[in-house]
Design a protein around this ligand. Structure first.
Ligand code: AHR
Length: 369
């Protein structure tokens, strides 16, 4: 799989398949029937959905060539089966992204017979720091963290280092020293998600019009990178698209709705809305409906892939959705398992994302979350 240098666009052959062997089954899930069967149990998808299609798949052309091993990190090798795992969730589980992410971690722990303790910081960063410290006090020997913010983790990192607790971060990054502070980051290429959202907006508007951005919450790499990718692509490909409004909707439905209500007041002639997640996009639809708009009056593009957003494509309210797959359980546990065995784990594992539009929304709806 990864041994052919020609499949790496000029980069040295990635070592994912050779040094991170446990991930191979997950990465090959779309190709190998035996893997797909295992993933059936792990993916945690909708009824009627295709578990193999729902599972996260590593993007073999992305990620890092740099690796981390227990020896490099100065941590004793371990058998994950014997460890107590702590999982820290960042945001409230009202967003299907968070519900699915937590369910995927719990399901994978259960499948492997690993003891799991969890905490949810409800979007309060100080709470998340104390949550993770509590998890360690309760005996968590291994951590999976979905960070709310990217900076400010020093107290946790210092304690984890002192206690020899390896950390895998999922969906957002912690700014720190790879391998010293954390083993690996698993998530999407968020700049690319922004570019793909821009491509969808450019197509929807025929390359011309006024666009608003509903920004995600501040203080994390996801918002920064989704914004960067979108703006760069618009600037590069559609100079006649003008970004006239940017405001955070905090990644929440209520935030997306109230910001869109203000937007319609200040910019009644708005042509498109890029919402940096589905929840804000769904809030925008509610605001537009309330203002008497019809589907297609304002073109909306979002990121995530929730069932409700994909249904809104079918209903004509949302033009397209770039997927961000939250089913991190299998890869997160694979990463810790490999690390515990003394294997080298890439310090960044990037997953590939699909997208939904009017062409495939109906067929793909059962694979949304
Ligand atoms: O970090 C991932 C983002 O956070 C998801 O797109 C969003 O739904 C969540 O709030």
């Amino acid at each position: 799989m990864a041994t052919d240098p020609s499949d790496r666009a000029g980069r040295s052959p990635r070592r994912t398949a050779t040094v991170f062997t446990a991930v191979t089954c997950t990465a090959l899930t779309l190709l190998a029937t035996s893997c797909a069967r295992g993933e059936d149990e792990a993916a945690g998808g909708q009824d009627g959905g295709d578990a193999a299609a729902q599972a996260q798949v590593l993007d073999e052309a992305a990620g890092s060539d740099e690796t981390c091993s227990a020896e490099q990190a100065g941590i004793d090798e371990f058998d994950l089966k014997d460890m107590k795992v702590g999982f820290s969730q960042s945001e409230a589980e009202s967003n299907p992204f968070r519900i699915t992410e937590t369910a995927s971690i719990k399901k994978e722990a259960e499948k492997r017979g690993v003891e799991l303790i969890t905490a949810n910081a409800q979007s309060d960063f100080a709470q998340q720091i104390s949550d993770v410290q509590d998890l360690m006090s309760q005996g968590a020997e291994v951590l999976i963290i979905a960070p709310l913010n990217s900076d400010g983790w020093e107290p946790v990192l210092a304690e984890a280092e002192r206690k020899q607790v390896p950390i895998v971060t999922i969906d957002r990054q912690i700014n720190g020293d790879a391998c010293n502070d954390y083993v690996t980051f698993i998530g999407s290429d968020f700049v690319e998600q922004g570019r793909r959202a821009a491509d969808q907006m450019i197509e929807a508007l025929g390359g011309k019009g006024k666009v608003a951005i509903l920004l995600g919450a501040a203080g994390n790499n996801v918002t920064t990178e989704r914004t960067k990718g979108f703006k760069e692509r618009v600037e590069e490909k559609a100079p006649d698209i003008e970004i006239v409004f940017e405001q955070t909707g905090e990644f929440t439905r209520e935030g997306g709705q109230s910001v869109t209500e203000q937007l319609i007041q200040s910019n009644p002639d708005i042509d498109g809305i890029y919402a940096e997640n589905d929840e804000m996009g769904i809030g925008a639809v509610t605001a537009l409906r309330g203002a008497g708009k019809q589907p297609g009056d304002v073109e909306i593009v979002t990121v995530d892939g929730t069932e409700e957003a994909v249904q809104l494509i079918i209903d004509g309210w949302i033009h397209g959705v770039v997927e961000s797959n939250p089913r991190f359980g299998p890869l997160a546990f694979d990463a810790h398992e490999s690390f515990g065995k003394g294997e080298e784990v890439p310090v960044e594992l990037i997953i590939s994302d699909r997208e939904y539009d009017a062409e495939n929304a109906e067929e793909e709806l059962p694979n949304a979350y």
